[in-house]
Ligand binder design. Structure first.
Ligand SMILES: CC(=O)N[C@H]1[C@@H](OP(=O)(O)OP(=O)(O)OC[C@H]2O[C@@H](n3ccc(=O)[nH]c3=O)[C@H](O)[C@@H]2O)O[C@H](CO)[C@@H](O)[C@@H]1O
Ligand SMILES: C=C(OP(=O)(O)O)C(=O)O
Length: 426
């Protein structure tokens, strides 16, 4: 099983190319199931979840092929099996995104309850409730969501859907399902993440009638059919934020090519308050830092977009561990997203967790540094936080179970090595 060996203490210098967003590419691959025409997705990141989604879609009888230039061609004209079996979805939350498109185009879908990061119980009750409001008959049996249209109906019907909480993949499922439904669907309390906007733009390019994406109220008027399109996946704001934290902690001067500051305001504001220099320039985002010793730890509270993303909580916490002062972090989205804390403690971090609140006492100025050790990745962003900690720890850090990291980062260690980190896969 692969591990990462990191020798800490190197400054980071040069350029990194930010890949397409995992959390946009995955729904967009599912959106290709909504049409029998060819769809081409460009800027698709090379990562395990995308490979899993490709297998899942191919298993339905769909032609799907990745080209060497990062384009993925999908042709769902021959889709024969509207099913997502457990074996293929157990590692990936986003597999639930097959439900809306399959139901909308074929009137039936059988999708295993999804896996993904074990950061909370992560039910899909809102997805089911919303699709039921659109006329689907749904039962959950033997670990599968089995959905179909009632006898005599060929299309979902538009509905007003108000979810109990803001849900990203829930909003994406309803958005995709509603494009082919009869009549108007209004999504209240919709997620506003850039990945939702990117998906909506792709659907509009396929002929969908959508307005309000990027706000909490999205209106969709269903059409009878969608056509093919070519769409480029938006840059990954979480990969961007991860590299910003890595450079902030290790110190250095790096250009993040293709990165978009406008999708990461909450994180960039905190990094600037900490003392990191970040500005947009031709081709991307420039980050400069004199290293964590010079930075001030920052408190934050994770919330839905445009607030501080839960997917950046672990990486920013690693930075706080080595900065000056004490900071309070509150995780409001997932009830079990502090699994990196025990591993950071193994490296010598000072963190106390009480429920959803973590108090981090930064080591800068204390005369003590993080010291390299063997740690275990427990989920995707936890893995990234351990890599950041390893970049600044004294001596060697070995991060075990990096299959979590490979789920969601495109060649992370190669990109870090390219800017001077001493990191290798063993
Ligand atoms: C593939 C993908 O895009 N994953 C992202 C997506 O996950 P995902 O879409 O799974 O997260 P949600 O936005 O749905 O979850 C938000 C909260 O709502 C709860 N909930 C959600 C749906 C539901 O039916 N019932 C329910 O109780 C969840 O348990 C969680 O506490 O958004 C999360 C929040 O920004 C990110 O951390 C994930 O990276
Ligand atoms: C939690 C994440 O992914 P997933 O929803 O796919 O588990 C993530 O991307 O940080």
């Amino acid at each position: 099983m692969d591990k990462l060996l990191i020798r800490g203490g190197r400054r980071l210098q040069g350029e990194v190319s930010i890949s397409g967003a995992k959390n946009a590419a995955l729904p967009e691959l599912c959106a290709a199931l909504l049409t029998a025409d060819p769809v081409v997705l460009a800027n698709v990141p090379r990562l395990q979840d995308v490979a899993t989604m490709q297998r899942l879609i191919a298993n339905m009888g769909v032609a799907i092929e990745r080209q060497s230039d990062g384009r993925v061609h999908v042709n769902a004209s021959g889709l024969s099996t509207p099913e997502a079996p457990y074996e293929l979805v157990k590692t990936m939350r986003a597999s639930v995104l097959a439900l809306g498109p399959l139901l909308a185009r074929f009137g039936e879908a059988t999708v295993s309850l999804p896996g993904g990061c074990a950061i909370g119980s992560r039910p899909v009750d809102q997805h089911i409730k919303g699709l039921q409001a659109m006329g689907a008959e749904i039962v959950v049996e033997h670990g599968y969501i089995i959905a179909k249209l009632p006898a005599g109906r060929t299309r979902l019907r538009g509905a007003r859907i108000t979810t109990d909480m803001v849900t990203v993949t829930g909003t994406e499922n309803f958005l995709m399902a509603a494009t082919l439904a009869e009549g108007e669907t209004v999504l209240e309390n919709a997620a506003q993440e850039p990945e939702i906007v990117d998906l909506a733009e792709m659907l509009i390019a396929m002929g969908a009638r959508i307005e309000g994406h990027g706000s909490s109220r999205i209106r969709i008027v269903g059409v009878e059919r969608l056509h093919g399109c070519e769409h480029a996946v938006v840059a990954d704001r979480i990969e961007t934020g991860t590299f910003l934290c890595a450079v902030a902690a290790a110190g250095g001067d790096v250009l993040l090519r293709h990165a978009r500051a406008d999708h990461l305001d909450a994180v960039i504001d905190k990094l600037c308050e900490a003392g990191v220099e970040i500005h947009s320039e031709a081709g991307g985002l420039r980050v400069r830092s004199n290293g964590a010793e010079q930075l001030k730890a920052q408190g934050f509270r994770t919330t839905e977009y445009p607030g501080f993303p839960t997917d950046m909580q672990a990486q920013f916490m690693a930075l706080n561990c080595v900065a000056q002062g004490t900071a309070t972090v509150t995780e409001t989205i997932f009830e079990n997203r502090y699994m990196h804390v025990d591993e950071l403690l193994r490296l010598g971090a000072r963190i106390q967790v009480d429920g959803r609140v973590a108090v981090v006492e930064g080591l800068a100025g204390s005369g003590v540094r993080l010291s390299g050790a063997t740690v275990m990745a427990t989920d995707l962003r936890a893995s990234a936080s351990l890599v950041i900690a390893g970049l600044v720890a004294e001596g060697e850090t070995v991060v075990d179970r990096i299959y979590h990291l490979d789920r969601g980062y495109d060649c992370m260690e190669a990109k870090l090595r390219g800017i001077g980190a001493d990191i290798q896969r063993i």
